[in-house]
Design a protein around this ligand. Structure first.
Ligand SMILES: [Zn+2]
Length: 404
């Protein structure tokens, strides 16, 4: 009879390795697996991580699981409880939520952004309520949004930080008028971001620099591209504009030899990721924005160069918006919108048609990753559907929660 247990081949004890982050920063990388999991090496790597690096990974995995569990056991059930028990039913979900509250606190940093926070729920809720003329619901969502305030210790990036909060404000103003969230209120947060960026920028050659969980990222999700993209939506002073411009030029001048953009400062030799979150696709969208705002040929040229990388290496074995073919197609759509050059529309169409033709087949054969959250907008088929809808009216296409 087969053993009832796995042979425990893990070392009896393994000293933590404080250098492991510098060697291979994988923490908080949008769950992109640079190193395949399920191998002896990957397990040893977890065991060697300093506790301070491992615990955020465990927390993130737990919070992601918590969301899935909540949807499966409460959301999808229509809140009809079949089993009340803590052992196997709904009380177990409640207990898990309470544990999460104890560990992360009620108002965790995840609250403030459009992409990953309650702010997004309130903002989209308000827009949807307005569309169906439900004033009471609209007031409710807007007042709920206004109760969300970025805390002092918040970081600056897009997914969980100040830039993501500001994006939500811009989204509301776009839909309800420019004073829905007053400019001076947003301006204070813009200044705070610039101040933080300059402070860290002093240590190097880039005018503005930011850290997220100890890493100086460049990409759209957690780094410079995302933060600059949001800053360019605001009326900045001339010296602030110069710093934004200087930051983008710093990135352009230090891009990888292939034309791709590294995930971060510490990663300048690592040319692997061609994603919206990390790499050329997200940077393309920001450079298109820069070309619009500054009107300088250099930004348009750099955006076209980055889009070339997306064309050559962006047909990923993943389909989502964040790190997949669907998201990468938006690099071409942004350039098409800006330039009207029909070849860019063709390239977006080519990526969309590739998905239309074979995404399901490739996924069923296991040759394409359907996403850790397979029906989600940013990782799963939701993103593909969003792209298809944008291809119906390509001039109006916008990368969700990034291009206004
Ligand atoms: Zn991603």
């Amino acid at each position: 009879m087969a053993d009832r247990f796995f042979q425990n081949e893990m070392p009896d004890f393994l000293q933590e390795n404080p250098n492991i982050i510098e060697e291979e920063p994988t923490e908080n990388r949008e769950r992109v697996q640079i190193h395949p999991q399920g191998t002896r090496d990957s397990l040893l790597r977890f065991l060697s991580l300093p506790y301070s690096s491992l615990s955020p990974q465990l927390q993130r995995a737990a919070l992601d699981l918590k969301q899935t569990i909540l949807v499966e056991t409460w959301g999808l059930s229509g809140r009809i409880v079949k089993d009340y028990s803590l052992y196997a039913g709904t009380l177990g979900t409640a207990y898990l939520l309470f544990k999460s509250f104890q560990v992360t606190g009620m108002n965790g940093v995840r609250d403030v952004t459009f992409l990953c926070g309650r702010a997004g729920v309130c903002a989209l809720g308000a827009v949807a309520a307005k569309h169906v003329d439900n004033c009471k619901l609209f007031d409710y969502y807007l007042s709920q949004f206004k109760e969300i305030k970025p805390s002092k210790d918040l970081q600056d990036e897009l997914l969980y930080g100040r830039a993501g909060y500001l994006w939500t404000c811009l989204f509301l103003n776009k839909h309800f008028g420019k004073d829905t969230i007053p400019a001076p209120y947003m301006g204070d947060i813009v200044k705070e971001i610039i101040r933080n960026g300059r402070e860290l920028g002093k240590q190097g050659r880039c005018p503005l620099m930011f850290e997220w969980h100890g890493e100086r990222y460049w990409g759209a999700a957690h780094g410079l591209a995302g933060i600059m993209h949001v800053l360019m939506e605001f009326e900045l002073t001339s010296d602030e504009l110069e710093d934004v411009k200087g930051t983008l030029k710093y990135m352009i001048s230090r891009r990888l030899p292939s034309g791709n953009y590294p995930a971060g400062e510490e990663d300048k030799k690592h040319d692997a990721l061609v994603h919206w979150c990390h790499g050329a696709p997200g940077v393309t969208l920001t450079l298109v924005k820069a070309a619009e705002v500054f009107g300088e040929r250099e930004f348009l040229k750099a955006a076209m160069d980055a889009a070339e990388v997306v064309w050559n290496r962006g047909l990923l074995k993943r389909l989502g918006i964040c790190h997949g073919i669907s998201g990468n197609a938006y690099a071409f759509l942004a350039l098409y919108r800006l330039t009207g050059i029909v070849e860019y529309l063709y390239r977006a169409k080519a990526f969309a048609c590739f998905l239309l033709d074979r995404a399901h087949i490739l996924m069923s054969m296991g040759e394409m990753h359907g996403g850790d959250n397979p029906f989600s907008l940013f990782e799963g088929v939701g993103g593909m559907a969003h792209l298809f809808l944008d291809m119906v009216q390509p001039k109006n296409a916008r990368f969700p929660a990034y291009e206004l």
